[in-house]
Ligand binder design. Structure first.
Ligand code: FAD
Length: 462
């Protein structure tokens, strides 16, 4: 299973590199074929054009990275693909910027003569670069600029489409490297793929979602300022997911509205009635409104996505789960699914929160521990509750104060260190606030767990 993901991951990486660099290859090939450089086009001019082409190809590929193709994200997980999307966008912007910069430097004498009389293609290229820079500034500074997530998301899509459309128009009108039919065909393929991706994401996918609506079955309050939203399929069989995966939910809007939010499934993957459950913490406008959803209300679900799942590690001997606050949802889905499947492999759950009352699903976890000997739960709290709350807890439930430290993990689950020494397969899943996730990754490394054996789901994609 793991080697399949490694191979597909490497193949996708190779395909990405090939598609990004293909335009540069074609520029070089054209040079080879034409034999002599065209008059007035120095090495620097050609390099600038090549870099611009690669930057543009990478901009087009950004749409594929965020188009939510489960087969594309499966080898890495969504958070890794989004992190790559963010990091590589900086590289593509640098390449795109180098294109005009090199031209300015090498043709400065020519360009400064008549600065405002440049032809149309020049202004289209300039407008594309401006749209791209605006896209980056707004994305990096969204919170400081006070832009809501939903407004940012729509603006991001518009600016990205504009930047690519203007850049493609610039390339077509400049017309260099478009003399031969195969050169035109190359750009037609890139542009066509870009248009098809937009049509798929904005039109076809929402249409498919419309044909598979869901209904709200119930909304129930849960500890820690959360609610449990249960949805049931309306006229179809529902979906299959693996524990730990997530889906994008639309309530109050149509799938065309683009007002959807990602949530991990918190229910069992083995439910027979097709219903799906999400535990949602009230954080902002949309999540605060969820408690007002009415039974029978229409909803849309796009999923499943995500790679934080025990089902990807069927040969693992056990799992260590680390949750902070609402990060419990993918872990709860695992515990419930393991219980339904009668899977008796050991599960260690380290669950951190502010206090006893901020632990969504605490009561169920205590109950499950008493009937699931393979489950060991350690609640790690900022503030300890009174002794009355701790009376009658099963022996496999512990409550500790402070933070999840390396010593604490080692004290409650010495098997983690022992197994990593002896080579027995243990997989670790982490979900919670970013500082906690980073710290736990370090603790696990310190305990000898290999990097490939711990996996994280980050709830803050942006
Ligand atoms: C893979 C994944 C799984 C998640 N699972 C859960 C879960 O099981 N339970 C839970 O309570 N929360 C979960 N979240 C977080 C949840 O999506 C956000 O809290 C929610 O979308 C906030 O929306 P809002 O409009 O109420 O808040 P806002 O005030 O708009 O946003 C608060 C912050 O949440 C983030 N956010 C907002 N909307 C989105 C969005 N559509 N996509 C990504 N991030 C967003 C932004 O960083 C924003 O600054 C998950 C997030 C991801 C990425």
């Amino acid at each position: 299973m793991r080697s399949t993901h490694l191979i597909t991951g490497a193949l996708w990486g190779g395909a990405y590199l090939a598609l990004s660099l293909a335009p540069l290859g074609f520029v070089l090939l054209t040079h080879e074929l034409s034999g002599t450089p065209q008059p007035g086009r120095s090495f620097w001019t050609e390099l600038s054009v090549g870099l611009g082409f690669v930057g543009l190809a990478m901009m087009c590929l950004q749409f594929a990275l965020t188009a939510r193709f489960p087969w594309l994200k499966a080898p890495y997980g969504s958070d890794v693909v989004y992190a790559f999307h963010r990091a590589i966008s900086v590289v593509s912007v640098v390449l795109v910027l180098l294109h005009p910069l090199l031209l300015f430097v090498t043709r400065w004498e020519q360009m400064k003569q008549r600065p405002f009389t440049h032809p149309w293609p020049f202004w289209l290229g300039t407008a594309s670069v401006v749209a791209l820079l605006a896209l980056i500034v707004v994305s990096v500074r969204r919170k400081q600029l006070g832009i809501s997530y939903d407004a940012w998301r729509r603006g991001h899509a518009v600016l990205a489409m504009l930047a690519v459309a203007l850049a493609v128009a610039h390339v077509l009108l400049v017309g260099h490297y478009l003399a031969e039919p195969w050169q035109r065909a190359l750009w037609l393929v890139y542009t066509g793929a870009f248009v098809l991706l937009i049509a798929y994401v904005r039109v076809l996918k929402p249409m498919l979602e419309l044909r598979r609506p869901w209904r709200v079955r119930s909304v129930k309050p849960e500890l820690g300022g959360a609610v449990v939203l249960t949805l049931e399929p309306d006229g179809h069989a529902g979906l299959r997911f693996a524990p730990g995966q997530f889906a994008w939910i639309t309530l109050w809007d149509s799938p065309f509205s683009d007002r959807e939010h990602p949530f991990s499934f918190s229910g069992s993957a083995e439910k027979k009635d097709g219903s799906v459950e999400f535990t949602i913490k009230e954080l902002g406008d949309w999540t605060r409104r969820v408690r007002e959803a009415k039974p029978g209300q229409r909803a849309f679900v796009d999923g499943p996505f995500g790679a934080l799942s025990a089902d990807r590690h069927r040969d693992a001997a056990g799992f260590a789960l680390f949750a902070g606050g609402i990060g419990i949802t993918p872990m709860l889905s695992h515990i419930r699914t393991f219980a339904d499947r009668g899977d008796a492999r050991p599960l260690w759950l380290f669950y951190g929160a502010k206090d006893w009352e901020s632990l969504p699903h605490r009561e169920e976890l205590v109950q499950r521990a008493s009937s699931m000997p393979s489950l060991r739960v350690v609640f790690v709290l900022g503030t300890m509750p009174g002794s009355a709350s701790l009376a009658n807890l099963p022996a496999n439930v512990r409550v500790q104060s402070g933070m999840i430290t390396r010593e604490l993990i080692d004290a409650h689950a010495p098997e983690i260190r022992e197994w990593s020494r002896s080579g027995k397969r243990l997989e670790c899943f982490i979900c919670g606030p970013t500082p906690m996730m980073n710290a736990i990754e370090q603790h696990l490394s310190g305990l000898g767990v290999e990097m490939g054996d711990f996996h994280a789901e980050r709830f803050n994609l942006v």
